[in-house]
Design a protein around this ligand. Structure first.
Ligand SMILES: Nc1nc2c(ncn2[C@@H]2O[C@H](COP(=O)(O)OP(=O)(O)OP(=O)(O)O)[C@@H](O)[C@H]2O)c(=O)[nH]1
Ligand SMILES: [Mg+2]
Length: 232
């Protein structure tokens, strides 16, 4: 069994996932890749099939019974535990998460971080290409969660991160099924409560070129409610 699993959730990301998988194969041949797709209808699944036919280290799961980023990631975490990986790298498919940062995350995990977050809100990090409104939502979500939960982490919603799988194993049964990015803060909070070593490294978030965002009002609302429930 290999050490690293890269976990990527997808929903209608055909062009992006094709580009991303090509880069990952070139840059990180030693890592395995698992894509969790929620029955995309844009040809993403065809791309996944052809890559996994050609490269044995690329696998994918198409979910037909469930939908949503949160439960897709939880499924991926469970697979990483079941398959016995030591480290898990989680990233988006839409190329907003530059794969060159994976080596930094991997190093941090080796150095002893249980969870390492690619952070847009520490020195050296930033967001390129988001609208004012999108920035505002992200900023408010982070300030809100930091105050309510009392955690010092600056970027609680970043989906580009690395886990030590043995620590993930100790929180997996506490994770509540959520649809959207509330899962990102949920995992941080559970690990923080257990006293795990959480690190942040600076990261420049890139604009989305292909495909479209899946962020909607219900996912934003879910986040604000879920944070309250976590705390109280
Ligand atoms: N499996 C699965 N993946 C999803 C779902 N919703 C989003 N994703 C994936 O999760 C990642 C993040 O979703 P995005 O819509 O890009 O969210 P975001 O990056 O916060 O928002 P943008 O900056 O607007 O793109 C992408 O790889 C999506 O394809 C879903 O319901 N199921
Ligand atoms: Mg995105």
């Amino acid at each position: 069994m290999r050490e690293y699993l890269i976990l990527i959730p997808t929903y209608n990301e055909r062009e992006n996932i094709e580009r991303l998988l090509k880069i990952l194969i070139e840059s990180y041949p030693e890592m395995d890749i698992l894509v969790i797709d929620d029955h995309s209808l844009d040809g993403t699944i065809d791309v996944l099939k052809s890559f996994s036919d050609e490269y044995p280290n690329i696998q994918y799961i198409v979910r037909t019974d469930e939908k949503g980023l949160g439960t897709a990631l939880i499924r991926g975490y469970r697979e990483a535990i079941k398959r016995g990986y030591k480290y898990l790298i989680q990233m988006d498919a839409d190329l907003q998460h530059d794969p060159s940062y994976i080596s930094i995350l991997a190093n941090k995990l080796r150095e002893g971080c249980d969870l390492v977050i690619s952070s847009r809100y520490i020195e050296g990090g930033r967001i390129d290409g988001w609208s004012f409104t999108r920035r505002l939502i992200s900023k408010c979500a982070n300030i809100y969660a930091r105050i309510i939960l009392g955690i010092g982490v600056r970027d609680l919603t970043s989906g580009f991160r690395g886990f030590n799988v043995s620590s993930l194993k100790n929180i997996i049964d506490e994770l509540v099924d959520v649809d959207g990015f509330a899962i990102q803060v949920e995992t941080i909070y559970r690990m923080y409560r257990k006293g795990y070593h959480i690190c942040e490294t600076p990261f420049i978030f890139k604009p989305r070129i292909h495909g479209s965002s899946k962020l909607g009002i219900s996912i934003i609302l879910e986040f604000f409610i879920r944070v309250l429930k976590l705390r109280f």
